[in-house]
Design a protein around this ligand. Structure first.
Ligand SMILES: [Zn+2]
Ligand SMILES: [Zn+2]
Length: 169
């Protein structure tokens, strides 16, 4: 399954890949998910021989269907790619651009941009587009943790300590 951290700017994603992730040997990459209520921390990092690339990145995200599917279906292996997203509104879209409601732009009303497909409650055309960067790494060190387990996992502990517990003290 794919794991695709998203960025709003292509430059940000390519820089992160070229300066950091590129230097991570596949088997050193650690992928962690820490569940806290209906959110989870996504943590990605590695320790390599190039100290400058020993970084980690994290995001706090809401649990989703996609997350549950990955959790139950990854089978111990994930393909890491970076994605760049863009939000397209009606004026920048083509007739066949697919809206987040899964219907094409030409299924939406000219003026209000509301969807005309029966039973669809989309009120406004918006399309979330993701472009994937070509480079891929294979990650096999994947763990799902509850918050009371993070002390046993240095990457996760360092991340939560720096970004959560330290500020609470
Ligand atoms: Zn629709
Ligand atoms: Zn729509």
């Amino acid at each position: 399954m794919n794991v695709v951290p998203l960025f709003s700017e292509r430059k940000q994603a390519t820089n992160l890949w070229n300066e950091t992730i590129h230097w991570w040997p596949d088997h050193d990459i650690k992928l962690r998910f820490v569940e806290t209520g209906d959110k989870y921390w996504f943590i990605l990092g590695a320790v390599s021989k190039k100290p400058a690339s020993n970084k980690s990145l994290f995001k706090i995200l809401s649990k989703s269907e996609h997350y549950e599917r990955f959790k139950n279906g990854h089978g111990g292996e994930a393909y890491l790619r970076l994605g760049v997203y863009a939000i397209l509104h009606k004026k920048n879209a083509k007739d066949d651009t697919v809206c987040n409601c899964k219907h094409r732009l030409d299924d939406h009303e000219e003026d209000s941009a509301a969807c005309l497909v029966e039973d669809c409650d989309c009120k406004n055309f918006v399309s979330f587009q993701v472009n994937l960067l070509k480079k891929t790494k294979t990650v096999t060190d994947i763990k799902f943790l509850q918050e009371d387990q993070v002390k046993e996992d240095p990457l996760t502990w360092n991340c939560l300590y720096t970004n959560k517990y330290k500020e609470m003290n």
